[in-house]
Design a protein around this ligand. Structure first.
Ligand code: CO
Ligand code: CO
Length: 306
């Protein structure tokens, strides 16, 4: 089957390809500088998921110029530039339009060796599945909009969403992995499904091994469920089988749409411990082994509690 990759790759020569992606969205937090940081980290992530090196970026801005203070826009762009600089990427320009609803993001261009592209497909039986960031940003963002999120919950998700997937990407490239994607709008199980749909392998996910922000469970329990979560579950019901032992809240969180989520990496079992160790050494402390790839259940995912 024709798989849609995280970013577009265009081969220029035998050893050089360009990699391009674009992403923009409405604010997920109240602070404009922080929103800019998150939007930039999120836009860069698709390049990192494929093992590319981002080089340049362009701003994409939709701004309600009649009824919002221009200072807000300046702060958003400052936040974006802050993350772009951290990534070693150069901002070349951008484009803004007057729009009712504020949106911000970036197009990103990078380079990659055409033979070293890490695709969604390629997971092999026996592989371990490694996730680099906790889940629950969608649920907590919904709680923020409802005025229900605690300061601690916000601090926690902001630290995660503003963290670049750069180090994780460099480490997985150095070690050599079989497949990768980043976890964004379709949630962990939606993006996991993209890795195995139509292939000869299946996946087991161990729900209790998946890292989750503690507040996400509390907030989900009181109904802070983003609309996208239920759509994600409906869309993948023919692929994902949830065992009865998995509690309902955890089952929801596995479909929670993420903003600037972590990488989901499929790595041979012989390299999994080294990958985990290197990621932890790099300060990625919430990294966890969340499942494995199997030769049975072709194109399907079974979620077990443990
Ligand atoms: Co992606
Ligand atoms: Co994307």
């Amino acid at each position: 089957m024709e798989r849609i990759e995280d970013a577009g790759v265009y081969k220029l020569t035998g050893d050089l390809a360009i990699i391009q992606t674009v992403d923009f969205f409405t604010p997920v937090v109240d602070d404009p500088f922080t929103f800019g940081q998150i939007a930039a980290a999120n836009a860069l992530s698709d390049v990192y998921a494929m093992g590319g090196k981002p080089l340049t970026a362009m701003n994409i801005v939709c701004f309600p110029i009649q009824n919002m203070d221009i200072v807000v826009l300046r702060e958003i762009i400052k936040g974006g530039i802050d993350k772009i600089r951290e990534a070693g990427v150069v901002l070349l320009g951008g484009h803004s339009v007057d729009d009712q609803e504020l949106k911000y993001g970036l197009s990103v261009t990078g380079t990659i060796h055409p033979d070293k592209v890490i695709r969604k497909e390629g997971a092999a039986p026996g592989d371990k599945l490694i996730l680099t960031k906790p889940l629950g940003t969608g649920i907590i963002s919904t709680a923020i909009k409802a005025g229900k999120a605690s300061a601690q919950a916000i601090t926690r998700i902001v630290a995660s969403m503003t963290a670049l997937n750069q180090k994780a990407s460099e480490i997985m490239q150095a070690i050599g992995v079989n497949a990768c994607t980043d976890i964004t709008g379709f949630g962990l199980l939606g993006h996991a499904a993209e890795m195995i749909e139509g292939t000869d392998v299946g996946m087991v996910i161990y729900a209790n091994s998946v890292p989750v922000f503690p507040e996400a469970k509390e907030m989900a329990a009181v109904g802070m469920i983003p609309g996208g979560l239920n759509r994600n579950r409906d869309y993948r019901k023919s692929i994902v089988k949830m065992e009865k032992a998995v509690d309902a809240i955890t089952a929801d969180i596995l479909f929670d749409p993420q903003t600037s989520g972590g990488l989901l990496i499929s790595v041979s079992s012989g390299k999994a411990d080294l990958l985990l160790e290197k990621l932890r050494q790099a300060g990625i402390l919430s990294v966890a082994e969340v499942g494995e790839v199997i030769g049975e259940l072709k194109g399907k995912i079974i979620v077990k509690s443990a």
